[in-house]
Ligand binder design. Sequence first.
Ligand code: FAD
Length: 302
Amino acid sequence: PFDVLVVGGGPAGASAAIYAARKGINTGLVADRFGGQVMDTKGIENFISNTYTEGPKLMAEVEAHVNDYDVDVMKTLQAQSLQKKDLYEVELDNGAILKSKSVIISTGARWRNVGVPGEAEYKNKGVAYCPHCDGPLFEGKDVAVIGGGNSGIEAAIDLAGLVKHVTVLEFLPELKADAVLQERVRTLPNVTIITNAQTTEITGDDTVNGITYKDRETDEENHIELAGVFVQIGLVPNTDWLGDTVERNKMGEIVVDNAGKTSLPGVFAAGDCTDTPYKQIIVSMGTGASAALGAFDYMIRN
Ligand code: FAD
């Protein structure tokens, strides 16, 4: 059996595996797709120490770093359940069962898509999901934010300081964001809010050049010319496979303390699958390190 089994091979899982292996304990890492969301990211400008890098390049370096240690890396395998027996048991989609004294869950998350024509086609070519990451790419340009919940309105406030103009498109008759955010966004001269707006298409040539939406009251179609679309309708954690084994919040995020402890002793979690605020590469790596140190602390006491 492993001392520590890491489930997930994004920045959080890779960092956890390195920190665990450096303690000389028997470490395994199982991942569906090594590299995680970062593999879908083109330019990265906020990974400290590197003014510019690209997702696949960064994760190739991270994988080489993991392979520098005695980590048993198992790729293209999906965890399907976690059970506490004598040891923890993680069942995989190929039927194998991995046993470990402790487990670090780092299965990440995925952005909810709007699912309209143009979204997939223009991903990384004007369609963006992370204002902290891609906001500065649209300096001086017009953009739209799809979604008027907290993340959408936070994005609009953030982007308004960087871009020329922001149009917020909310499907429902009113915004769902907290009142304080709504008050703040309404004070900004370069933000327009359109409610009852159903996005029907993201248009473009080489890159995004506009968005089409239907007014749900009048059924009228409108088109706005712009350079970028931020989709802000939710980040879904990859935690369904856990069922009720660990406590999750209403969004499905695993509830952790500041050492990455979950509700199950010996099970830790890190990165985008947890309720830690601010989903970023550097934050995931940091929480992965904390979870591994937390797991080591658990091991020496049990
Ligand atoms: P993930 O990267 O989501 O990795 C999850 C891992 O778990 C993967 O290996 C996956 O295959 C695996 N997995 C999932 N379910 C299972 C399962 N059941 N069994 C086994 N393995 C499983 N952040 C920045 O800091 N800067 C940026 O510029 C930036 N740009 C971004 C651009 C895009 C398009 C996207 C989508 C995200 C961007 N982010 C950026 C956010 C950043 O990618 C995430 O915060 C980070 O990848 C989270 O790391 P993680 O390890 O927690 O999860």
